[in-house]
Design a protein around this ligand. Structure first.
Ligand code: ADP
Ligand code: MG
Length: 750
């Protein structure tokens, strides 16, 4: 374990303007600011106030990226390689050079920042170190407004921040933090790792808008997950390196360079406020509760702050005069951070699979050794013959009245254990009452002979138990047969059942109201379905036919049907291949038995030449197996497609249903308002009805009107028109006749 305070460094961003207000002293470890005193206490005070802050090292304006990497990042990378966790974070106001330091400048290769240089360093190390095998995974998390986003998900083409997968925090019972939905991408080489960095930065850029100003208000955490192991060893070393580009640290409510008000000013970024709270709590020795949970960022960086990590902070400051307040704030923050002590430990763990493999190998070796020493091959269990022989030996030993009698089973733990276990059983069976300590003669190994009544009772019980057993056996047989039947049909069903059940209703050409919707809407629709009058059903049929999505639905249905047929064919092929394999196996077995029998009979000399028939059968089996595998693979692929199609279809159908409901409600509402003035049907509107929408309007309006006329309380009765079968039948006839006419009109007009 390594105890270490957080290392702090400062970097001053180059400025073109003169008049810098800072100085670097003490061989580059002290950063000083001199600020003219302001209008404190209402009068001009021309004294100057100076501030001094100590750092591990200060990188002045001319410092190169390489120098920074060598001093700051390389030691951290080395400790990560050794199995410790590491974090480097950059803190400072917007435009002070955080991104430049962590990721690098966009223009020159030499401006590469800590991330690309660290990656390069790590991969170079891998190629030189042949004693360890390493793997790297990368994650890239952006935290904006307390929400986490995965910058690396390759499936998401982000156009907004919200399009990126949302990352959430889970805490396990041991209070370890897990990030749900944050993808870990393996990077086999430097190029792949850089590609990931690029992908993340691009996503970050695309997602930014002038409104959200994500790059100044969000935190980005680029994490390198390293796993190293010595070849052949079961010990894994897993370490993480977080490279963190924090949000801009600027504050509001500044009161100028007066000094005493700095701590009162507020961060623009709330989560930086929580970061400061955590840092304050950690730097106060007496505090036991550290408020990590207050924000996502402090939760994610929990280990890096006061935990199992070697942590380094880079305070980025701007040298310009107008930024001096912020620069001083940044340095003050760094001084607090420097008080935090972390305890980093080696992240070693055992790989259970490897350990088991190694132990198995060891057992095998020991068995081999044992066989060599004893001259006999030992199996795990004693053979029946051995057990029988032991039983005899044990009996001789027990029957021997000589107190010095010995039971010698040889140096074999299996035999020794077996004898002990037998003896224990015997002792336990002996009545406990007759066994008292010191009185070993009381151990009766043969139980007392029971009385005739007892014998009868036992016999009766035996008969009863036999009956019970036979009942159970017959039940079991039935159950077994049922299972077998199910299994034998399962061949067909297995691959198709899920398809069949969900596609069965698709063979029905028409969309029967709610029948084939997904479970939740189906439930809703069932309820409504009860209220669906015949008239309304008819209206739905027409609505559906004219709906713009209907074509797509029909297409998808047709495609689904086609896929279903294909899947069925594939399923049959899979089945037949499996049956063939089974057949061939039987033949092979038969053949082998025949040959063995012939060998035993001495009819044929045992031949070294392989049997051509057997060869042929084997080849056939292989062929069928391949066929089975291929077809099964295809079937699986098709299943995915079918499931996808089903989802699409369900979504479309649900939308259609919803559109209809909305339209119906709307129509019913407007009828309710217009009916009083327009009590009679309006045939004059029909000539304009060549547009499908118009057809729908009129038909439905008419239906509703009719229902309205028949009812004193129209809206109520609309819902209940199913109660008037005669009305519905009339309506139906009317609608059909009308539709025919309209179709004709449509044709004429076209
Ligand atoms: P931040 O991430 O802190 O908001 P940036 O890293 O984006 O700030 O820096 C702001 C601008 O200053 C960028 O154009 C960057 O290239 C430039 N810059 C920052 N630090 C340096 C430096 N040390 N040398 C040269 N240019 C720098
Ligand atoms: Mg930045």
């Amino acid at each position: 374990m390594v105890k270490q305070t957080i290392q702090i460094f400062a970097r001053v961003k180059p400025t073109t303007k003169g008049g810098a207000v800072y100085s670097v002293e003490d061989d580059g470890s002290c950063l000083g600011f001199v600020v003219p005193k302001d209008l404190a206490d209402g009068f001009i005070n021309n004294k100057r106030e100076s501030y001094k802050f100590r750092f591990q090292k200060i990188f002045d304006q001319s410092a190169k990226q390489e120098e920074l990497f060598d001093t700051v990042a390389k030691p951290v990378a080395d400790s990560v390689l050794a199995g410790y966790n590491g974090t480097i974070f950059a803190y400072g106001q917007t435009a002070s050079g955080k991104t430049f330091t962590i990721t690098g400048g966009a223009e020159r290769y030499s401006d590469r920042g800590i991330i690309p240089r660290t990656l390069s360093y790590l991969y170079q190390h891998f190629s030189q170190d042949s004693t360890m095998a390493y793997t790297i995974h990368i994650s890239y998390l952006e935290i904006y407004n307390e929400m986490g986003f995965d910058l690396l998900d390759p499936k998401h083409e982000a156009s907004r921040l919200e399009d990126l997968p949302r990352v959430t925090i889970l805490e396990d019972p041991d209070q370890n933090i897990h990030l749900k939905n944050l993808s870990l991408q393996q990077a086999g080489n430097e190029k792949e790792a850089l590609n990931l960095l690029f992908l993340g930065d691009t996503n970050r850029m695309i997602a930014e808008t002038p409104m959200n100003q994500a790059s100044t208000r969000s935190h980005c955490i680029f994490t390198i997950h390293l796993c190293g192991r010595e070849p052949g060893s079961a010990t894994l070393r897993r370490s993480k390196l977080h490279l963190v580009d924090l949000a801009g640290s600027e504050r509001v409510g500044r009161t100028g360079a007066g000094g005493q008000h700095f701590t009162e000013s507020k961060y623009i970024n709330l989560s930086l406020h929580f970061l400061e709270q955590v840092i304050i709590a950690l730097s106060e020795k007496s505090r036991s509760h550290i408020p990590y949970r207050n924000s996502m960022m402090t939760s994610v960086l929990r280990d890096s702050l006061g935990g199992n990590c070697m942590t380094t902070m880079i305070a980025t400051v701007s040298a310009e005069k107008r930024n001096v307040d912020e620069s001083i704030s940044t340095c003050r923050f760094a001084q607090r951070v420097a008080l935090i002590k972390n305890e980093a430990w080696l992240n070693e763990e055992l790989d259970p699979a490897l350990l088991i493999a190694r132990l198995k190998k060891e057992v095998q070796l020991l068995k081999g050794e044992l066989a060599m020493v004893t001259g006999e091959q030992r199996s795990e269990k004693l053979s029946p013959q051995e057990i029988q022989r032991l039983g005899e030996q044990l009996k001789v030993y027990l029957d021997d009245s000589d107190s010095e009698a010995m039971l010698d089973v040889g140096p074999d733990m299996r035999k020794i254990c077996h004898c002990f276990s037998e003896l224990k059983t015997m002792v336990c069976k002996a009545t406990p009452a007759s066994f008292t300590a010191g009185d070993t003669s009381a151990i009766t190994l043969v139980k007392d002979i029971p009385t005739p009544e007892e014998v009868k009772k036992l016999k009766d019980m035996l008969v009863q138990r036999d009956n019970e057993i036979s009942i159970l056996v017959s039940m079991l047989k039935k159950e077994k047969k049922r299972v077998q039947d199910a299994v034998s049909t399962a061949g067909n069903m297995e691959a198709q059942s899920s398809l069949q059940s969900s596609t069965a209703n698709l063979s029905d050409e028409s969309l029967k109201g709610s029948e084939d919707l997904s479970p939740l809407p189906r439930l809703l629709q069932r309820k409504k379905g009860l209220e669906l009058s015949v008239g309304r059903q008819e209206a739905f049929e027409i609505f559906k036919r004219d709906h713009k999505d209907q074509l797509t639905i029909e297409d998808n249905k047709a495609l689904l049907k086609l896929r279903y047929t294909e899947a069925k064919a594939l399923g049959e092929k899979v089945n037949s291949a499996r049956n063939k394999v089974n057949d061939l196996k039987k033949q092979l077995e038969l053949r082998r038995r025949q040959i063995a029998a012939q060998g035993v009979m001495g009819n044929l000399p045992e031949s070294e030449v392989p049997d051509p028939m057997e060869e042929k059968l084997l080849a056939q089996i292989e062929e069928e197996k391949n066929m089975y595998k291929n077809t099964f693979g295809k079937l699986k692929g098709m299943k995915t497609e079918i499931e996808h199609l089903q989802l699409l279809l369900e979504k479309q159908k649900f939308k259609l249903q919803k559109d209809f409901e909305d339209w119906w409600t709307h129509e019913a509402g407007s009828m309710q308002r217009s009916v009083p003035e327009e009590t009679s049907a309006a045939p004059t509107r029909t000539p304009t009805l060549s547009r499908p929408m118009a057809i729908r309007d009129t038909v439905s309006t008419r239906m509703i009107k009719k229902e309205h006329e028949l009812s004193a309380s129209p809206l109520l009765n609309l819902r209940e028109s199913g109660l008037h079968p005669q009305v519905d039948a009339d309506l139906l006839a009317f609608i059909k006749a009308r539709q025919n006419i309209l179709n004709k009109i449509g044709q004429v007009q076209r």
